[in-house]
Ligand binder design. Structure first.
Ligand SMILES: Nc1ncnc2c1ncn2[C@@H]1O[C@H](COP(=O)(O)OP(=O)(O)OP(=O)(O)O)[C@@H](O)[C@H]1O
Length: 307
């Protein structure tokens, strides 16, 4: 198991000094006595795209639902747009768009009628944007929702969430049903739409390539906690992966400051490292009479190692 990334949490160039969109403190949530969220502390800065990563069952859906008041929490506190979630906040919720993992849309309604019906609930609704997205994403406004494919329904759910021009858009695995072409188009659209000042996107996904494309901040949910939230570029700049090979093998991994995780596989020692200079690794290889390969980990590598 990887140790916690010991990054401090100063504001970075990528985060804005603005009021966080979400402040989460000590949030706990159990199902049938099994705790899924174990005191989550998290601050989500305004104006960022955040990719929420975690293994199956880590609690991503649970966390997102709790954040939006869709599931009760057992303990802790959540502030949305600077006000506690316990306060009635109908207007605040107009500023939030949500695409759940499983969405039930009325199957008997036609696409346009459904969007018009939904628009009536919102203070703000960009009809032109909704119409453009329907066209670009090849959704027939006259089609009955029940006859749409899973991917088309997901697109419609996304249009519904984006049309109110939310300040915070939360998407739970939004691309799971989309084909690669639709995923790219969706990501491009999403990022263009949410590039406005102060607009924030949180989305959970297993598709790390999408997060790379979005240049997102990565938040990792593991063991019931958000382990870190860091710009992807910063993670990549600070973390490296070294493989040391020695024919005699490795009875134990040598101690080296900055090792986040080590793994021995036959003659190879794999090290996930934080801020360890290459010279230090070359010295280690020399001392241990081993060959050395240093790699830049992809986000997928990091996910596999850290999640
Ligand atoms: N309503 C519920 N009743 C009982 N257990 C639940 C409920 N909802 C979630 N869980 C459990 O909580 C844990 C976290 O589930 P959750 O769906 O939040 O994970 P996830 O990270 O979104 O997973 P995935 O990546 O597979 O979608 C799982 O063990 C799940 O079985």
């Amino acid at each position: 198991m990887a140790t916690l990334l010991p990054f401090p949490s100063p504001p970075t160039a990528a985060t804005t000094p603005a009021e966080p969109v979400l402040r989460v403190h000590g949030v706990r949530k159990a199902f049938e006595g099994r705790e899924v969220l174990r005191g989550v502390d998290w601050q989500v800065p305004a104006g960022r795209v955040i990719g929420l990563l975690g293994r199956n069952g880590a609690g991503k859906t649970t966390l997102l639902r709790c954040l939006l008041g869709l599931a009760p929490i057992d303990a802790g506190a959540i502030e949305l747009f600077g006000a506690p979630m316990t306060e009635p906040g109908g207007e605040r919720l107009h500023r939030v768009g949500f695409v759940p993992q499983n969405f039930e849309l009325f199957p008997w309604m036609k696409v346009r009628a459904y969007l018009d019906f939904t628009a009536a609930f919102y203070a703000r609704w960009n009809h032109a944007l909704a119409a453009r997205l329907l066209q670009e994403w090849e959704l027939d406004p006259k089609q009955k929702i029940g006859r749409l494919s899973q991917g088309q329904r997901q697109k419609l759910a996304i249009v519904r969430a984006i049309a109110p021009e939310p300040d915070l858009l939360v998407l739970d695995e939004p691309v799971a049903s989309l084909d690669p072409q639709a995923r790219r188009a969706f990501m491009a659209e999403l990022l263009a739409l949410m590039r406005g000042p102060g607009k924030t996107v949180i989305f959970s996904t297993h598709i790390t390539a999408d997060l790379e494309r979005a240049d997102a901040d990565i938040a990792l949910l593991r063991d019931g906690h958000i382990q870190f939230t860091r710009p992807l570029a910063e993670l990549k700049a600070r973390l490296s992966h070294a493989v040391l090979n020695r024919p005699a093998g490795w009875p134990t991994a040598p101690a080296l400051p900055g090792v986040i995780k080590s793994r021995i596989a036959g003659a190879s020692l794999h090290l996930l490292l934080e801020d360890v200079p290459a010279e230090r690794l070359h010295q280690l290889a020399k001392d241990e009479d081993a060959s050395l390969r240093i790699e830049m980990p992809t986000l997928e590598d990091l996910f596999v190692e850290l999640a």
